[in-house]
Ligand binder design. Structure first.
Ligand code: GDP
Length: 458
């Protein structure tokens, strides 16, 4: 395999920049471009050591930067190949210059994710672990990070290997039967196969069910704030954002009409879609506002429906109540500071029997209760990473689903007493699906697709 190089630190200015090299010519390239302060032949440098020195332009002998170079000798490196990491100063020009010199002296530019891809192709990690790397990098919340680290550690791999071993045991039994039918052990082994396949079914079901939590971990929860103009939606959004919890990120939504903000609720990323745009259209055609609300409600996992509790509900409020009828929602009675009777809840709201919280967005009262309710509604406290393997990847989920289908079919086939070689076909399909998750039987194209989502230098 060729020797690859890439800048591994994020583009921009930072304290240090890292240029990474991997492949059989790594040390040869370093020999040409690096002069250690305490001179030493590069070929004698041990793995897991760091050398201080300078990158020298081989053409003109000029000093490019003062650097530290870490040495990793195959197979004890990230990719299992010979590797070096050059720590330079973190300027855009200097890291590019060093990369350029590496490329001129025998390296080729790495594709996104190519270092991790090599770690996978060279057998140091399986595909679930490789995919976990990107999850660690992209984690938006603490719990998602915990789950990604578990997967990186091989938790899912171990789980799938267990299932694989169960299946192989059944297959060995079946094969013995096909090879030596004269022993007439069919019935016993069918009973055994059934027992084992039931176990496999349980394990697959458990994994599949974990995806519900995994989806929350990975994608977080989408919340839409709806309500008529002036009910206090923006004030509520501000109050939610100004809680002490960290704001993960903030950017304008893809559509002109909505703004998306992220908050962090007990380690789970929560995206709040603000209906700021609805207000823009309020004077044009009222219907547009309602349509927009409907669209947002559809897209969300939870609706915060805001009402001005200092005024009587009007038709617009009633329309909103209708919109959220079949939706997981919290009714927010805002502007409680303006009313004397603190217990007051409008009859129309009492009737629908929804979660109702009285707040004052302006005075930031009752906001914590909203947080608590969100935790409760999505069982966030039950998502304890580490207690079980949690599927967070839709590709894995679909393959487990396929495996489970074949498992169920094999069980029916056993029940119906179908010939054992027919049963074996279904059982082998399960292995095939698992192999696609761990990378043993996955197509080149899917591998390419998975690694193309990585960042450069990883
Ligand atoms: P939106 O149109 O639904 O986004 O409503 P805003 O958040 O812009 O609020 C409309 C008006 O109501 C503003 O003047 C706010 O200051 C006021 N407001 C919002 N929440 C409260 C509250 O809890 N108490 C009081 N007294 N006024 C509020």
């Amino acid at each position: 395999m060729s020797t690859i190089a890439a800048i591994s630190t994020a583009p921009g200015i930072g304290g240090i920049g890292i240029i990474r090299l991997s492949g059989k010519d790594t040390f040869k390239i370093i020999e040409k471009i690096f002069v250690a302060n305490k001179e030493e032949k590069i070929e004698n440098v041990k793995g897991y050591t760091i050398k201080y020195g300078k990158i020298i332009h081989p053409k003109n002998g000029k000093i490019v930067d003062e650097v530290l170079v870490s040495f990793f000798r195959a197979p004890k490196s990230y990719t299992t190949e010979d590797m070096c990491e050059i720590n330079s100063h973190g300027g855009m020009v200097v890291v590019r210059e060093i990369l350029e010199i590496c490329l001129k002296n025998g390296a080729i530019i790495a594709e996104p994710g190519e270092f991790t891809k090599r770690a996978f192709l060279n057998g140091r990690i399986d595909l679930t672990q490789a995919e976990a790397v990107i999850n660690v990098i992209e984690a938006k919340g603490k719990r998602e990070l915990d789950s990604a680290i578990n997967q990186l550690n091989g938790e899912l791999k171990i789980n799938l290997n267990e299932i694989k071993n169960d299946i192989l045991e059944v297959l060995t039994n079946i094969e013995a039967n096909i090879d030596y039918p004269e022993y007439d052990v069919e019935e016993v082994s069918q009973e055994k196969a059934k027992e084992k396949m039931k176990l496999v079914e349980n394990k697959l079901e458990k994994l599949l069910n974990s995806f519900e939590k995994g989806k929350i971990l990975k994608d977080g929860i989408n919340i839409a704030i709806v309500g008529k103009p002036n009910a206090g939606k923006s004030s509520l959004l501000n109050a939610l954002l100004k809680e002490e919890r960290a704001i993960v990120t903030e950017y304008e939504g893809t559509t002109r009409d909505t703004i998306e903000e992220f908050i962090n609720v007990d380690g789970i990323p929560v995206k709040i879609i603000d209906t700021a745009g609805i207000r823009d259209t309020e004077n044009a055609v009222e219907q547009i506002g309602i349509n927009k609300s409907r669209e947002m409600i559809d897209k969300s996992d939870l609706v915060l429906a805001v009402f001005d509790n200092s005024k009587k509900l009007n038709n617009e409020d009633i329309d909103i109540l209708k919109l959220i009828r079949n939706k997981k929602s919290i009714i927010i009675l805002n502007k409680s500071d303006l009313i004397k009777n603190k217990e007051y809840i409008p009859q129309e709201i009492k009737n629908i029997n929804e979660n109702t919280i009285k707040i004052s967005a302006k005075k930031r009262e009752g906001i914590d209760e909203i947080y608590k309710k969100i935790v409760e509604l999505f069982n966030i406290n039950e998502i304890v990473v580490g207690n079980e393997t949690i599927l967070t990847n839709i590709r894995h989920k679909n393959l487990i689903n396929e495996a489970l289908k074949n498992c169920k079919e094999s069980l029916i086939a056993i029940e119906e007493g179908l010939p054992i070689d027919i049963i074996a076909i279904n059982i082998k399909e399960i292995l095939e699906s698992i192999g696609k998750i761990t990378g043993e039987s996955v197509s080149e194209e899917i591998i390419k697709d998975i690694f193309s989502k990585f960042c450069l230098g990883k």
